[in-house]
Design a protein around this ligand. Structure first.
Ligand code: CA
Length: 395
């Protein structure tokens, strides 16, 4: 076929194709993976017919390398995920799966609305589960030096799942990072926590919503979900609030928060069972405030993002008949990493040690920022709003 293409074009095509797919150690790596698979007890048949045939997918590395240039504002993140459509759909699916959901709540301790919220956030209730070959993606990542050990393990687990349940390779599709099915389980979570809820002999997280919901409940139970506890709630802060204790590291007993004047958004006092809660202000003091309980940390064990955990918790409340947020998340610009980095440099220069500037607002940066804001008579909420950028002369 190449003969019919003019030579210059052919050279161009072949060199760009080579550049796009170049992975010098691919063959060696796949051979090594076959050794690992053998040691892990996978059958020679699986090794020869499946593992030996995996393909390198440059797009996976591209996606994995993609460093976000900015962090999304809470408003931007939240309004895309907690939508009226998802609330309505969650309520509809509750009616549809009511019997199962209540059985799962009884058995695993996770109420229906949370299972529906995870399902809604992970795959829009199963409407986009990812279409990439999980085996190809995981092999590609396993052969990339950065997180080779982790992805090699995930690949081995995926191959074991294929053997255990006799899945067709073409059915094992998912995200570019290897997350699968209605609730986007990685292979290791699939292997450990997937449950055959409908009793057909396989735990099928792609095609059985009963299996998927049962597995999600089982997983959450194992992550430490506390029966009869909420995730947290939106709260109201008094006008003179000091913002001295933010985030998980500075969780305090609910009685202490009540003493500081925090109430429910309807003005009612907080109920104060003997438990700790952490305060989160995802868009600073002008936005909604949340007190997060232990189940919030459980949601974070599923996905390590406070925005995600708030979205799951609030979507669950809405599905369960709750109202929209009392304080709507204010529109804020997405924060570019370059700008945050500059802010960190300025803070360091002024003697507020925030560590090596990396463009990401970690707890050290928030602390330094709070101290700086306090010194300037700004609201010390640790949130880099425009007033703070201006004071620090960061454009
Ligand atoms: Ca099943």
């Amino acid at each position: 076929m190449f003969k019919s293409i003019p030579l210059a074009t052919a050279l161009l095509l072949s060199s760009s194709a080579a550049m796009a797919t170049e992975q010098p150690n691919w063959a060696t790596c796949v051979a090594d993976l076959q050794q690992t698979a053998k040691a892990e007890g996978l059958s020679q048949n699986t090794i020869d017919t499946t593992l030996a045939q995996v393909k390198y997918v440059p797009r996976v590395i591209e996606l994995d390398n993609k460093q976000p240039e900015f962090s999304q504002s809470f408003e931007n993140y939240f309004t895309k995920r907690v939508t009226e459509w998802r609330v309505a759909q969650g309520r509809k699916l509750y009616q549809e799966h009511k019997q199962l959901l209540h059985k799962l709540a009884k058995e695993y301790g996770v109420p229906p609305q949370y299972l529906l919220a995870f399902w809604g956030l992970e795959t829009n209730f199963g409407s986009y589960k990812g279409k990439m070959s999980v085996l190809d993606s995981l092999a590609t990542l396993a052969c990339d030096p950065r997180r080779s050990t982790y992805f090699t393990q995930e690949l081995m687990q995926a191959l074991k799942l294929k053997e255990r349940y006799n899945f067709a390779e073409s059915d094992m599709v998912g995200s570019w990072a290897g997350a699968m099915g209605h609730t986007q389980f990685m292979p290791s979570a699939y292997a450990k926590y997937a449950v055959d809820g409908d009793g057909d002999g396989k735990a099928d997280l792609w095609n059985s919503t009963t299996d998927a919901l049962t597995s999600a409940a089982h997983f959450l139970q194992n992550l430490g979900w506390k029966r009869n506890e909420r995730w947290g709630r939106e709260v109201s802060l008094p006008a003179d609030f000091s913002y001295a204790h933010l985030g998980k590291a500075q969780a305090q007993p609910l009685t202490r928060w009540a003493e500081l004047g925090i109430t429910q958004t309807n003005g009612q006092p907080l109920s104060t069972p003997d438990m700790k809660a952490a305060l989160y202000l995802p868009s600073g003091h002008t936005g909604p405030a949340f007190l997060a309980y232990d189940n919030f940390d459980v949601i974070m064990r599923w996905n390590r993002s406070t925005f995600y955990a708030i979205a799951v918790g609030h979507l669950a409340d809405r599905i369960n008949g709750g109202v929209a947020l009392n304080v709507a998340p204010p529109k804020m610009p997405n924060l570019s990493r370059a700008r945050v980095k500059e802010l960190q440099q300025q803070l360091n220069a002024q003697g507020y040690d925030v560590g090596k500037p990396d463009g990401i607002l970690g707890s050290k940066s928030v602390k330094g920022l709070q101290a700086y804001q306090k010194s300037q008579g700004l609201v010390a909420d640790g949130y880099p709003d425009e007033a703070t950028f201006k004071a620090l002369k960061v454009n």
